[in-house]
Design a protein around this ligand. Structure first.
Ligand code: SAH
Length: 237
């Protein structure tokens, strides 16, 4: 008998993250260590016993649904942003979000595992996940099996820093104020995000054009200058 070719999966958790929209989220986890997020287990999995033993691990694999692009169709060949949007590669040779099954995979550093009322949370560091991302599974990262030191990285070597980031006087004051109100390290988070140059390839040669990135409840306004990125101001949503 042929195995079934369609399966039904249930969401075991949900991500609460500083990233409120896709634009600005790093291309992979671990690039922006100041990004904070929490994974919340959903009923009937909201039990601490499902996580017993996990606190002996530093990292987990998270399998999740690219829920913000489910409605868009997949294509056999896509243009990875790392190739400047010029060359096409097979979808299965990339980490593109538009796939036949919209499942993502991220390895993420974990912090505290704790309960608040009936809610169970795991603190995450450096996640590349949109707020509200549905989680399908969690597995511990096993260094002896999962870390391959002589692996080849294809078209995607480790990203390098692009241009330095400078804050306007207004943005600097606003960030300090935000930081003191919310105890969130927004200045270093913004610096790390913008250093990665999140602009799509077709805009990467343009300067002085204003962009916005939504983090928590604020919109960060910034632009590229010829030799640096400038953070202009932050606006409340
Ligand atoms: N590490 C994952 C994700 C790589 S793609 C993997 O390899 O499968 C990274 C991009 O996923 C980010 O730039 C972000 O914009 C996008 N993303 C993150 N969470 C998402 C979600 N819930 N829905 C759609 N796109 C998402």
């Amino acid at each position: 008998m042929l195995p079934s070719n369609s399966f039904s999966l249930s969401t075991i958790g949900i991500i609460h993250s500083c990233y409120k929209e896709k634009f600005g989220i790093p291309k992979q986890p671990g690039l922006i260590d100041r990004a904070t997020a929490r994974l919340e287990l959903l009923p009937p999995y909201n039990r601490l016993d499902t996580l017993e033993g996990l606190d002996d691990f530093s990292h987990i694999w998270i399998q999740f649904i690219f829920h913000a692009c489910i409605k868009e169709n997949w294509k056999a060949k896509i243009r990875p942003p790392r190739l400047g949007g010029k060359e096409k590669l097979g979808v299965f040779a990339t980490r593109a979000t538009h796939r036949p099954n919209p499942i993502g995979l991220s390895v993420v550093k974990i912090g505290r595992i704790y309960q608040e009322g009936k809610r169970i949370f795991i603190d995450l560091y450096g996640a590349d996940l949109l707020d509200g991302t549905p989680v399908l599974d969690i597995k511990p990262y096993l260094p002896y099996a999962d870390s391959i030191t002589d692996a080849r990285g294809g078209f995607a070597p480790k990203p390098t820093q692009t241009k330095p980031v400078q804050f306007s006087e207004q943005a600097k004051n606003q960030c300090e104020h935000y930081q003191s109100l919310h105890n969130r390290e927004i200045t270093s988070l913004i610096k790390q995000i913008i250093e990665q140059d999140p602009r799509p390839a077709y805009l990467s040669n343009q300067v002085d054009r204003e962009h916005g990135i939504k983090l928590w409840d604020v919109n960060i306004k910034w632009c590229a200058r010829s030799d640096h990125f400038e953070i202009l101001r932050i606006e409340y949503e």
